[in-house]
Each structure stands twice: as C-alpha cells, then as structure tokens.
Write a protein that binds this ligand. Structure first.
Ligand code: ZN
Ligand code: MN
Length: 487
C-alpha cells in the first residue's frame, strides 16, 4: 500500500443517562438490575390514553450540563415525537427534541498534552427518553425489558473536531468527569450510563489533491476502550479501502457499522444510510418549556469549577505534576478536600502525597471516597505540618492517618499515643551520638579513612543511634550532629 498523507475527522454523539430519582415523563423510579418489567407503569408502557408529565429535575440537570458545555440555552423549547417502530419502543415514537434543542453552539476543552487544551465544538445538547432493552438470551425468541423505557437521556452532539482516537477518548473521559462533578449523572460505564457513537472519516492527500472518505458511524459503544479502538480500527480500514477503491464521500454513501469487541473490528450494519423519515412533529401532550429568568438563574448557580480547570489550577497554583493533579481531580469531593487541606495550611505536595499514597489506598480498601473516611481537612493539614517540622517521620504519618480515620482523634494526640514523636532535641541526641562514637572506634576510623568504606561506616553509626533511641530519633538531626563530629 502506498504511503498516503491523511487527516482524521471524528465527531461524537453521546447519550448520558441523568441520575434523577424518577423517569422522564412518569413517576417510575430509575433502577438497575431489577426484575424485568418491574419498573413500569401505563405511561412508560405507552398505553393508549395516558398523559406524560415532564420531570422538572431532568430539565434542570440537562440545562446545567449544557451550561457547563458553554451552550447557548434556548429560552423557549419544546418536545417532539420521533417516530419509529421497534419492539423496545412501545409507543412507536420517542419523545425527543428536534428543531429547538435546549442547548446549542457550545464547546468543551480537553487536555491535549503538556498543559495545553483543545476546544471541541458542541453542536447541540437535547433531552429525550430512552427506549427499553431487547434481550436475546432466552433461546429461539427475544424478550423485551421495559424498565429502562423513559429514562432521561442527555444527547450531546459534537462537531467533527477530534483528529485522533486519543482525542476522542479524552473527550469521553472529560465528559464523564464533568457530569459527575455537576452531579447530573453517575456516568457508570458498566451500567450503560454513557453510550458513544463516533462519526469517522479521513481527508486523504493524493497527488496534491484532497479526498474525503465516506463517513462511517459506529453504533452504540459503551466503554472508553471500545470507543478508542473502534476509531483506530476505522482509520486503518478507511485508509486501506481508499487505497483500494478510491471511493470518496458523496450523498448517500454514509454507512453504519457495529463494534465486535472480541475480534476488535467494526462490522458493516447498513450500507447506504437511508434518508430516515422519523416524521418529527411537536408532541401534543406536553407544553413547551420556557427556560429563563429566576429558574435559569437558579440552575446556573449549580455550576462549579470544572474538573479540567481544577486540574490545571492544581498544576499552576500548587506545582503538582499533571499526573497527581489528575488523580486528585478524578472525584470532585477529593479535589475539594485537597483544596481545603492546603488552605488550612498544609504544604500542597505533602498533602498530595498523603492523600494519593495513603488516603486513596485506605478509601479503596473501605470502598468509599476520601471524604467518607471521616477525617477533617484541618487534621490532614496538621499532620503534614508535623512531618514538615520533623515531629514525626513521613512513614509514621501513614500510620497516624489510618488511625485518624479509625478513631477520629487529632494527629498530635495519636502521634503521642502511638509513641511516634521523633526526638529532635539536639542536646539529648548529641549525648547519644557521643556514646555511639566512643563505643565504635573502628567505624569512626573507617569514616575518617574516606572512600567506599567511609560511607558504609557512617551509615552504621547512624543506625546505631537510631537503635539506641528505638527508632525515635529524627534522622535529619542525627545526621547533622554526625557530620559536625566526623567532619
Ligand atoms: Zn412509568
Ligand atoms: Mn438520541
């Protein structure tokens, strides 16, 4: 195959399940893993004569997310019926938003390496209801579970601004973090809370001219891995196909493909994307929504510092590495706890070390978040201050931290109770050093002799002092005394 220069263009369609208590247009509680068809009512079953009632919380969650995505919010919006026939859609139409989405013309920033960000434009964000689920596990027939029917979904559509599989993944991960920060979705991939559909094509340069390959839409991906791999696969596949056939993008040659997770290939589903006639028309059973004034202001008040911004601030303001800042900002509560501990006087890098090395490990063991360990941010700041001052060693601080979570006591109290306070009194330590030097004349001589032997002997003498103090001497202070004595 000849070497062709090419650019990748990917746009994403994302469905995010909102974490409201009840469904979009009825009072059924949202759930996961319950018995099939146990969370249904005449409304979400699409019985004739029933009337949907809009879930106000779902609208607020969707608007909050749209605001975070820098969208223009429509002051006036309405509901539309999108008609299609499928066994998991009992009404034969989905209530969605067609020409007046609640958000449009926004953007999201994603990390693009070494502190830089890239802006991906958001075409639109609208609210709609989910369909049910067809199950094909019973044998010769299929079953339909309608528990999911009517679940509120935020559909987000981006412009084709992503130019690699890594960027597509970065956007998906950033969006997950964002909706979790906003508290509008649990964004649990295992539970299908986020589903992705990338639109992929290439701009290939051949003999000085540019050619666009036909757009492929990969349907219904529910993991970051599948999303990234399928985009990568499509890039290679489209390049090969172009080299072989020279086919370029035209009206009607867009196709849809599925992702085979086992074989890691995309599989053709529909060759020619038919001009769908969903026969959209305004939903007559629901009144339009007016998003303005006090209501919009109240929703806007729910915005917070967004995760990527927070992460970048942790790097610039506190000098953390991008990796550490990423770990700390994965969860909003952890990031805020870190911020508080630093504001309470803790050294940023030390607080970061305590939280990432001890806090997250403990939280993991207890299957909770750092804030749920029951430790106060002031306590962590105090603990860090004690290490800074040499009152306890860094390794002892881990033990104190664990006991803080266990007992709720303050770090200074615990350090004393656990006998972890280091001896830093120079006078007291000098006496011990003198004794050790007197008892180990050979080692003292070796130190004076220089070379390899000298280093070893010095380590031995330090060890002797630590042993005599039962490990409670501040090694830094002992080291200084040794230096002054041995020259
Ligand atoms: Zn229902
Ligand atoms: Mn949709």
């Amino acid at each position: 195959m000849e070497d062709l220069a090419y650019k990748v263009m990917v746009g994403l369609e994302i469905h995010v399940q909102l974490c409201t208590r009840t469904k979009m247009f009825c009072g059924c509680a949202l759930g996961f893993g319950e018995d099939a068809n146990s969370r249904v009512c005449p409304v979400c079953l699409g019985m004739p004569g029933v009337l949907p009632v809009m879930n106000k919380e779902a609208v607020e969650y969707a608007v909050l997310a749209a605001l975070a995505l820098n969208c223009e919010i429509a002051e006036f919006t309405k509901w539309d019926r999108k008609s299609y026939y499928y066994p998991d859609l009992p009404k034969n139409y989905q209530i969605s938003q067609y020409d007046l989405p609640l958000g449009a013309n926004g953007f999201i920033e994603i990390a693009s390496g070494s502190g830089q960000t890239k802006r991906i434009r958001i075409t639109r964000a609208h609210l709609e209801e989910d369909a049910g689920k067809n199950l094909h596990t019973a044998g010769d027939f299929s079953q339909v579970d309608l528990n999911r029917t009517g679940t509120p979904l935020l559909e987000i559509v981006t412009e084709p601004d992503m130019s690699s599989a890594a960027e597509v993944r970065a956007l998906a991960v950033e969006l997950q973090r964002m909706v979790r920060y906003l508290g509008v979705s649990e964004a649990d991939m295992q539970k299908g809370h986020m589903r992705f559909e990338p639109n992929i094509n290439l701009v290939v340069t051949k003999d000085g001219a540019e050619y666009k390959t036909p757009i492929v839409e990969v349907k219904n991906l529910n993991s970051f891995r599948a999303l990234e791999r399928s985009v990568d696969f499509e890039i290679g596949r489209q390049l090969g196909e172009f080299a072989e056939t020279g086919e370029t993008m035209q009206m009607g040659n867009k196709s849809t493909r599925g992702w085979d997770d086992a074989k890691e290939v995309t599989v053709l589903q529909r060759e020619k994307e038919e001009a769908h006639d969903y026969r959209y028309f305004p939903e007559p059973d629901l009144v339009p929504v007016e998003l303005k004034g006090r209501w919009l202001k109240d929703v806007r008040a729910g915005l917070c510092e967004l995760p990527l911004k927070k992460q970048m601030r942790f790097v610039s303001e506190y000098g953390l590495s991008e990796y550490d800042a990423g770990v700390l900002t994965a969860e909003r509560s952890t990031a805020e706890f870190f911020d508080e501990a630093v504001k309470a006087g803790g050294d940023a890098k030390r607080v970061c070390n305590v939280l990432t090395q001890v806090g997250l490990k403990l939280a993991n063991e207890k299957d909770c978040s750092i804030v749920e360990l029951g430790i106060e941010s002031e306590g962590v700041a105090q603990l860090c201050g004690m290490v800074e001052a040499g009152d306890i060693s860094a390794s002892a601080s881990a033990q104190v931290f664990e006991q803080m979570a266990e007992t709720g006591k303050k770090p200074d109290v615990l350090a004393r109770e656990l006998n972890l306070i280091q001896k830093s009194d120079a006078g007291e330590l000098e006496a011990i050093v003198n004794k050790v030097l007197a008892e180990n004349a050979q080692a003292v001589e070796d130190v004076a002799g220089g070379g390899k032997k000298s280093k070893k002997a010095r380590g031995f003498l330090l060890g002797q002092v630590m042993q005599k103090t039962e490990g409670q001497a501040n090694p830094k202070v002992v080291s200084e005394i040794l230096d002054s004595k041995l020259g």
